[in-house]
Design a protein around this ligand. Structure first.
Ligand code: FDA
Length: 415
């Protein structure tokens, strides 16, 4: 087989790789984009429930986790959610805002893949897929990289690692970024699953298993160490009970911050308008009950709080508070306090997560200390890293794709 020569080889034709390839080729760079998976951009296809939550209009550094929280600032400010929206609009793709700035395709995630493919084709990107990479070496004497691939040897002055994280191995995720980082002496942050359902010890979860399918808005928080300070990270989102544990947006968000052994604190009746659409007033639950008790309410406690909770959850909770199974006027203050505390400060400690098979993202990646935040070039000259392979992970809600676009754009400008 003859040797092919390109200016840049991009390994991984996912969100970041496709976008980087198109942007670089539009600037005149001769690009080879290769991916070992049989199907193109499966992760985009399954994203956002098939509608691809392709960006978030509020995306900013505060929505990302990294050992260096400032690292993402430059790329995000040079390629914004507005920029990507304009591209989507130029391609005639219609979309809508769903919740907290999240933008979804009206039709399907396939529209975003087709758009990225059209951009690549128009710019003359060469795409080899499926095509695995057997090895990558730097030939210092020649000043270029040598790749052994399933389709032969390739030479290129730059290589971009766009091969993502470890999430969803069945559609092509591998640890290639970590392996190549090690080969080139780059530091890495150990990977762990993110945006993932959390699980509980089977015995401890047994009483809650019957609640599978129950969903409600909550405030969820966990304590995190930020530098020398401890701080609580909070999200107001929906919680979903499952057979094995907890899921839903609230859990996916907090899973990025949760570390083994830490308890979660969940307020099942958060004191917020959005969470209490039918709330007669804004006082905390205990104040509300004490006021009703003082008025001599003959209503059962369950009926007093019934409109705040799904009925199956209410029933379950009341069954473990026998002291509250009576009219409010006859219920001891202490029993009411305990009930309210259990509902509004429910502490529960997961024993793990559903792992990479269910995780939407991978936390960790190539250590940002070894990457330029301006160009995404690593300490190894000519070797770049973009997207999820970098130690930058976004919240749920379009933030991870926005990082893929922004980091790809920063890299493409530098190739
Ligand atoms: P990505 O994983 O997209 O691409 C990496 C590519 O590299 C893959 O095509 C893979 O085949 C290839 N590759 C890996 N190893 C290789 C090797 N050894 N050789 C060659 N190729 C290799 N985010 C968001 O913002 N909004 C959303 O709606 C969703 N929804 C969502 C749903 C689900 C179910 C998941 C799993 C994830 C999401 N995400 C998301 C996260 C988002 O999909 C993710 O952050 C981006 O796809 C990351 O883009 P990358 O290009 O970095 O990796």
């Amino acid at each position: 087989m003859s040797t092919a020569t390109f200016d840049a080889v991009i390994i991984g034709a996912g969100a970041a790789g496709l976008f980087c390839a198109a942007q670089a080729a539009q600037r005149g760079v001769k690009v080879l984009l290769l991916d070992h998976a049989a199907k193109l951009a499966e992760k985009i296809r399954i994203s956002g429930g098939g509608r691809c939550n392709f960006t978030n209009v509020n995306a900013g550094p505060a929505n990302y986790l990294s050992q260096n929280p400032h690292f993402c600032r430059s790329a995000l400010s040079r390629y914004t959610a507005q920029d990507f929206m304009e591209l989507v609009q130029r391609h005639g793709i219609t979309f809508h805002e769903k919740h907290k700035g999240q933008l979804f395709c009206d039709r399907s995630a396939g529209d975003i893949i087709d758009m990225l493919l059209r951009e690549c084709e128009a710019a003359g990107v060469t795409r080899w897929q499926p095509c695995g990479v057997q090895s990558l070496a730097h030939d210092a004497a020649q000043g270029h990289y040598v790749l052994q691939t399933a389709r032969g040897e390739v030479h290129a002055s730059s290589v971009v690692l766009a091969c993502g994280g470890l999430s969803i191995p069945k559609i092509g995720a591998t640890d290639l970024a970590w392996r190549l980082a090690e080969q080139f002496g780059l530091r890495t942050v150990p990977p762990r699953p993110g945006l993932v359902p959390l699980t509980f010890d089977a015995t401890a979860w047994q009483p809650f298993a019957a609640l599978a399918g129950v969903s409600l808005p909550v405030e969820i928080s966990v304590e995190v160490q930020q530098g020398k300070r401890k701080q609580r990270v909070r999200f107001n989102e929906d919680l979903l009970f499952t057979h094995r544990g907890l899921s839903g947006p609230a859990i996916l968000q907090i899973s990025n911050y949760w570390l083994e052994g830490q308890p979660l604190q969940i307020n099942l009746i958060p004191d917020a308008d959005s969470a209490l659409p039918d709330a007669p007033q804004r006082e905390p639950l205990l104040d509300l009950l004490m006021a009703a008790k003082a008025r001599g309410s003959r209503k059962l406690v369950a009926n007093e709080i019934g409109h705040y909770l799904p009925s199956r959850l209410l029933e379950h909770w009341m069954s473990s508070h026998p002291g509250c199974q009576r009219p409010l006027a006859e219920t001891a203050d202490r029993a009411l306090q305990q009930l309210c505390q259990s509902l509004q400060q429910w502490h529960i400690t997961p024993n793990g997560s559903e792992g990479y098979a269910k995780a939407e993202v991978t936390l960790g990646g190539i250590d940002t200390r070894d990457v330029s935040s301006q160009t995404m070039e690593t300490r190894q000259p000519g070797l770049y890293v973009i997207g999820e392979a970098v130690d930058v992970t976004g919240w749920l809600g379009g933030y991870n794709f926005q990082w893929a676009w922004a980091s790809a754009h920063a890299c493409a400008e530098a190739l």
